[in-house]
Design a protein. Sequence first.
Length: 419
Amino acid sequence: MPGALPAPLADLLRRTNDPIVVQTARSTVAAVLSYAVAVRLLPNPAPLTAPLTALLVVQVTLYTTVTTGIRRVVSVVAGVLIAVGFAELIGLTWWSLGLIILASLVIGHFIRVDEFVAEVAISAMLILAVPAPSGEALDRVLETLVGAGVGVLLNVVVPPPAFVEPAGDAVRELAEHMRALMLRMGRQVRAGATAGQARSWLMDARRLDNEVARFDASLRRAEEGTRLNPRVKPAEGAMARLLLRSGLDTLEVSTVLLRTLCRSLTELDRERGAREPLFTGELAAGIDELFADMADAVDSFGRLIAAQVTEGADQAEARLEDALRRGREERDRIAVLLRAETERRWESWDLYGALLADIDRLLDELDLEKRSLWLSEQLIAAAPRPPTMSGRMRRQARSAAARLRPRSPGRTGSGLDGR
């Protein structure tokens, strides 16, 4: 097609929300601009400290750019002051160099410049390496200010993405991984899974912890991306951060509950032979259906969180309500079957009770009504003190609660009484 973009370029343009693309483009532009500004404003013919600072300062989000810029400037100023002081009092010798490095590192930790602790010592040594430390010190500070200022200004004039949608996708992906494990567990139970297979489920459930840590990085990026971002209204940013963080926290708790459930299944082998199925007949089929309903509930919850920070939450909410309703109904039916099974295997009553309790907790963790009440409390508690702003935040809290509140209240129970 005439005028069509080459495939690699089109793919690059589609990745404007990719943190690597954003970081690369902004760092390059900021470094070049800071060098051009420093050449025009400062006497140094090659003010390379300015682009170096811009490269170190410019981050994926405006919030991290500002905080990094402040730490970078403070570290350079501290190093310069240390160098000038030592140059005036002692001069440069092997032992004074050791004192400078020691003092710089100690002061760097004391002023909490984090990753720029070494920069304090580096700045001090670079200043001492020139014949006129005082003049070089001022130039280095000014170049650092230019680089940091250009980096921050670039992110203000051309705000970076908020990265809310990728964070929502990360929450949904974690839910999909949990769903896949639950569906596999159900199918294998129906096919006659033994406690040995349950141990493999337990290992897979433990691996979900690594997934939580990986997706948490995407969530932190979104939390920082909504702070100080001109593209995002403060109230909307606070809402997005609350929804995403609470959503991931809920799924993290759910992974723990799923792991506990798998542990309960592995313990059934103490009363069974190594090759004896965990469940058989109608009970095995019911467990399969229950796990499928729970898998749908977890997946729908992940989709709801992703949709709430973009749009189209109504359909995901309806799916979650339906999955929770079906899961609770199937749970009650399983409780009746397990009670009958207990009459045949009385020694397993405590394990069956623990299994039902794990299922109850998982369904309860995804409950919409409880989540809506919690969300309302958090939004009201986070509302600023001024009456006008507080009223607006309270209206948002009530609106969020209305959106999240299920049309028919669910219930959970525990034990083997079918309730």
